[in-house]
Design a protein around this ligand. Structure first.
Ligand code: TRP
Ligand code: SF4
Length: 343
């Protein structure tokens, strides 16, 4: 680690091992992570243990999914020279700290977490009445605090988890009050939530089947855009439309340049352009974004071992950083290894 790395604030974030990523994952998180590498000392984690909390019954795809996530990260521009890219399940300190935190975390804190209640109600095909699922946010707190991260870039849905992380940090520091607090209280850095619609106009999500994948080749991107829903008021070519209520209009706002945006605004409202043409421009913008990623991905796709090597090297670095924190944790709790004599 260089000395400049020491003075930079530390960031940790993660994604569950869900397989190939889509544009929503990119806009909602990954794009932001890529930018943060310039300013922060970054740790990016493939959260395969977190994937287990809901998908414990079938682990047949989990390793493959972790690799797919890693490939998309590297394709998007996460840089192993600048950032620590690693896999959670091979840094055992996460589990150790999770256990210690579980001793001091009141059940009520966990039962109150909004995602807990929501998912218990919404996910009916799996039994989520498990200890591990309830403890999900405690594991997340361990993920963050084992690196003493200062900042956690997350979307809106994860803010409650970072809040709980701060509460756990505060409690640990209070209970095991050493002269110096062991843990910082990390802040969430909210990713400005661009509303990214999928092809059916609902939020882009794997479970809706309305995604554009980062790996979709150009013809697939163009085809998906062709069938995308538009302003429902624009039935005929001669009807004027409104890009502000059109999912394709939303895509333009996120991905198109000012000139194209102006043409869309003017042409749509005056019925000067057709939706097919407008969708073509949106597809152009997406292809322009995805092309360089797919170029970068090729090398790793042809030789996935390269990506695993990156993950393994990152995991080694993560273990070292996590190990340093665990020394402090044990010392604060009076449980360091080594004989200290009778008290
Ligand atoms: N829970 C996060 C999600 O579902 C993933 C995650 C696990 C995470 N550990 C983390 C995110 C630590 C930020 C920090 O998206
Ligand atoms: Fe939507 Fe474009 Fe059609 Fe307007 S012209 S309704 S913005 S697809």
């Amino acid at each position: 680690m260089t000395s400049s790395a020491k003075s930079r604030k530390r960031v940790l974030s993660g994604m569950r091992s869900t397989g190939k990523l889509h544009l929503g994952n990119y806009v909602g998180a990954l794009q932001n992570w890529v930018r943060m590498q310039d300013e922060y000392e970054c740790f990016f984690m493939v959260a395969d243990w977190h994937a287990l909390t809901t998908d414990y019954a079938d682990t047949s795809r989990i390793k493959e999914n972790s690799l797919e996530v890693t490939l998309d990260w590297l394709a998007a521009g996460l840089d192993p020279e600048r950032s620590v890219i690693f896999i959670q399940s091979h840094v055992p300190a996460h589990a150790e700290l999770h256990l210690l935190f579980s001793m001091i975390t009141p059940l009520g804190w966990l039962e109150r977490v909004p995602t807990y209640k929501e998912q218990r109600e919404n996910i009916k095909d799996k039994d989520l009445g498990t200890y591990g699922f309830l403890g999900y946010p405690v594991l997340q707190a361990a993920d963050i605090l084992v690196y003493k991260a200062d900042c956690v870039p997350v979307g809106e849905d994860q803010v409650a988890h970072v809040e709980l992380t701060r509460e756990i940090a505060r409690r640990f520091n209070g209970v095991y009050g050493a002269a110096k607090a062991v843990f910082p209280e990390p802040q969430s850095l909210l990713t400005p939530a661009a509303k990214l619609p999928g092809t059916d106009g609902r939020k882009m999500s794997k479970s809706y089947g309305n995604t554009v994948m980062l790996t979709d080749p150009e013809p697939v991107v163009r085809q998906k855009l062709k069938t995308m829903v538009t302003d429902p008021a624009r039935v005929r070519r001669s009807d004027p439309g409104n890009p502000d209520v059109c999912p394709v209009g939303d895509l333009h706002k996120i991905f198109s340049d000012k000139g194209t945006m102006a043409k869309v605004n003017e042409g749509c409202r005056s019925a000067g352009i057709g939706c097919i043409e407008c969708k073509g421009w949106a597809a152009d913008a997406l292809v322009k974004l995805l092309n360089p990623m797919q170029e970068r991905r090729k090398k790793f796709e042809e030789n996935p071992r390269l990506a695993w090597d990156i993950l393994e090297a990152g995991t080694e670095r993560a273990r070292k950083a996590a190990g340093e924190t665990m020394e402090d944790v044990r010392a604060a709790m009076g449980m360091s290894l080594g004989y200290e004599g009778a008290k």
